[in-house]
Design a protein around this ligand. Sequence first.
Ligand code: CTP
Length: 424
Amino acid sequence: MSSVVRTLEGARVLVGVGGGIAAYKTAHLVRGLVAAGADVRVLPTASSLEFVGAATWEALSHHPVRTSVFEDVDEVAHVRVGQDADLVVIAPATADLLARLRIGRADDLLTASLLVTRAPVLVAPAMHTEMWEHPSTRENVQVLRERGVSVLEPAVGRLTGPDSGPGRLPEPDALLEAAHAAIAAPRDAHGAVRRDLAGRQLLISAGGTREPLDPVRFLANHSSGRQGWALAHAALVRGATVRLAAANVELETPPGARRLDAGSAAELAAVIAEHSSEVDALIMAAAVADFTAADRSESKIKKDDGDEDSVPALALRRTEDILRTSVQRRGQEARPVIIGFAAETGGEGRSSLELAREKARRKGADLLVFNDVSGDVFGGADNAVRILDGRGEEIAESAGSKIAVAHAVLDELAGRFADVSWTP
Ligand code: CTP
C-alpha cells in the first residue's frame, strides 16, 4: 500500500460530481485543486452531465472523463481510480447520492469507486432545505459521519428557486480549504479521517482586532485570520462543533462553523466571555490589540493646516487580556481547555523562545503555540510553531501549511481530552 499523502501537492484527488445545479461551483474547486498541485480525476454521475458536461471536466482536470464501469473495461477503472485516490471529494452530493453512499450501492462508476477507496472522503451536500432536513437524509448523513465520512454542512442562503435556507453548496474556496484539512488529518485504520473531536465544542478566535481612533481610522495588525480558519476547518473534519469568533476576517466561513463577528478587542472579549463557559476548548488564535484609544473621537481628527509640525497626541489605554481573564474565570475547573498563541520576535538579548516560555508560565493557559514572527509570516499559507505546555516546556513542534500546524495543535488537544484525568 502506498504511503499516506498529507498535502494536496502531488496528491491524487478523485472529485465526484452529483446531479445538481451547484456543479458549476465544482468547476472552480477542480481548478483550485489543480492549482494546489493535485492530480485530479473527475467522476460525474450521469445526471450531473445535464448540468456541466464532460468537456469542462476534461479541460480542467487534464484527464479523460468516464461515467460507466463498462468503459475501458480492460483497465478496471472502478477499482483503480478508487484504489489510487489519496482523497475523495464529492461536490455537490445530492440527497439521492447520499442515500446511495449510505447503503453501499455500486451502480455507477462513482459509487463503485467509493466502495473501493481507503482514502478520506469529504462530502459537500447541496439540495433544497426540505430534502436536507428530511429524516431520511438526516439519518443517511449521521450514518455516513459515524463511518468516518466527512460530511460538510451546507451553507445557508438563497437556493436555486425563490426559496432560501440551509442547502447551498459552500463556496469553492471553503471547499478547497476543507479538502486541505481532510487530506492532512490523522486517519483511522480504514483510511478515514479520525473523528477524535466528535462531540466536542470548540471556540476559536481568529483575525486581528481593530481599535477605532475616530469614525474613519483604526489601529490594526497584520493578522489575516488564516491560522484560526485552518484550525476551524481542521477541527470540523475531525468532528468538532466550532464557534468562530472572527475579528475582521475576509475569508469564506468554514462550512458548519458558527461565525461570531467581533471587530475590536472589547467586542471580542464580550463574545469570548459569553461563549467560553459553554465549550470544551477555547483557542485564542486572534491577534488582539494590547492598546486601544483612551478616548475615541466622535468626529474625524483634523490636521492643523496652519502648523506643519503639529500632530495630535494619541492617548492609549490597555485592553483586557482575554486569554488571561478566560483562565482566571474558569477557576479550579479545567474546562474549557485553553490554548493561547504567542507571536514573538525576540529582542534585548532575549530569544523568542525564552520570551514564549515566560509567556506560557505567565498566561496560565494549558498550551501555548509559539511562532517566531521575525520573518514575513503574515497572510501566507505556511507557519512554523512550537507547542509549549503551561510550564513552558516544549511538547511538540510543527512546520508546514497552516492546516498542518492546526492538526498538530488539535492532536495535543485531542490528547488532553483523551487523558482520563480531564473530565468535561
Ligand atoms: N491575547 C488576548 N488578549 C489581549 C492580547 C493577547 O487574549 N489583549 C491573547 C492572544 O490571542 C494570544 C495570546 O494572548 O493567544 C498572546 O498574544 P501576544 O500578542 O503574543 O501576547 P501579549 O499578551 O499581547 O504580550 P506581548 O504583546 O507583550 O508580547
